[in-house]
Write a protein that binds this ligand. Sequence first.
Ligand code: G6P
Length: 612
Amino acid sequence: MCGIAGYIGKNEASEFLMDALKRLEYRGYDSAGVAVLDKNGEINCVKSVGKINALEKKLKEKNLSGRSGIAHTRWATHGHPSEKNAHPHCDCEGDIYIAHNGIIENYKALKSKLIQAGHKFKSETDTEVITHLIESHFQGNLEQAVLNALKHTEGAYAIAVISKNDPGKIIIAKKSSPLIIGIGENEYFIASDPSATVGYTDKVIYLDDGELGIITKDGYKIISIIDSNEIHKDHCKVDLDVSEVQKGGYDHFLLKEIFEGPEVVKNSIRGRIIPDEGLVKLGGLDVLDQKKLRNINRIIIIACGTASYAGLVGEYMLEEYAGIPVEVELGSEFRYRKPIIDERTAVMAVSQSGETADTLASLLEAKRKGALTLGIVNVVGSAIARETDAGVYNHAGSEISVASTKAFISQMTVFALLTVYFGRTRNMSLTMGKRITEEIQKIPSLIEKVLESDGQIKILAKKYSGYKNFLFLGRKYNYPIAKEGALKLKEIAYYIHAEGYAGGEMKHGPIAMIDENFPCFFIVPNDSVYEKMWSNMEEVKARNGKIIAIATEGNEDIKDLADDVIYVPKTLEMLTPILTAIPLHLFAAYVGIELGCDIDQPRNLAKSVTVE
Ligand code: G6P
């Protein structure tokens, strides 16, 4: 949520800064700004409401020249999107500029004190208090002023600060929100995440909480915010490819990422299956004491949004085949409950970004209470990945589109692997282990078959895009997919309302809404609850509801009830959600396009939700 960038070195700062903002745009896109220190020692700042291309247009008119600067793309928390509220923010005199990601929780109290002391505020943001605090502590040395200012703030921040009165350096600091330094040849890059530095450098330092960096064109120094002691940190090599952050021939990242499904599953399972032994090898978990893993008698999955639906699928898989009791909790709920945890409980965080604030806070709470903490995370080196005792990386590649699709497919795949991993050290037989692992390996080619329905789904999207409400129904393994189908439609085609329900719950409420204007998606592969779902379809039909069914290839009977059918190939019941999710992702994408929505960056959303 909010992206920040900085540059200091031999080249024009605005080149990297604008590139970085475009790459970080998924983090927030209601306004943006850039501030550059020019060769005369003045800081020039340009801001714009809306997407980065609006800022780019403005920059063409006002060329910002200079070799150090900072930039920001905003997702509004305090104050509506406007130029006035857009970052970078400056102090009273326009000497100090700051880009900030996070929330300063005690900003109200700080603001009134600063106003009393004569500071003039120009925005409604919480961020501006940091600028004035730095101003009030500034005595010629920027890092000292920032250190002193941060001692007064409560909340979360990743900041980048420049000052014309202490030029030639950028001061950065981190608490809770992510921040990295990219190391180039006589140039340094600052960004919220490494996707921004791809193509510039692959050498990256992840700042940890409580660290402050002083970056000049000749080097960097990292010190502790608490005691100013120097901290020596090694850089890591980031394995990202420029093609991962480009659209690769597609008009939208979302479509590119949905179509990457087969590759994503291949990457998630690569080298992890031992077919003859019906076993799964997960290096990230093998590092743990195996006795500890065998001792786990309860798993609590914590996640937000789409990742929580992958968690629900995981719950069903792990309980049915590994025999471990599982609960799924939303991060935003778990962190404020009084969860009952003991040393045999594993708390497993599922997160594409590895940054989601509620998931991270829940994980830390579980750690404090003595749980074994595990993770299923896509972004290597992210906060959640670093905080867990052990975990499994998705290896799904960069996901740029705000709505998570390929990471969801990969998360369910990893849960299938985990089911065999845990199951085989418990009651799962060799035969069952082999059966599941054989079937997992077929998933990439089965997804390819599902993707062949692309043309048909496009036509259906046209046919149904005029409806204002949709109901999605599924049962057992496909209940979470009903939730996911509804979530995707509301977030991507954002003028449509949709509800995802368990089939059996329909008669407890949603049935009241059904009429000819309320189409229903039924996710009904041939599985153990097929007959039950059939009854639900009859009930909808009896009320003139329109039915779009996602069914197993070869099921001709379904046409008696469904107005439209999208077929998916046959697979094991526990793996059906990996296939049935894909037509729903495509449907949401194409309806969004029909309605003229920005399907990569839907209204009001942001990808990495780093605030509560
Ligand atoms: C945001 C995104 C969703 C995502 C959720 C959790 O709301 O828009 O697509 O599912 O965050 O994100 P995470 O990175 O933790 O998986």
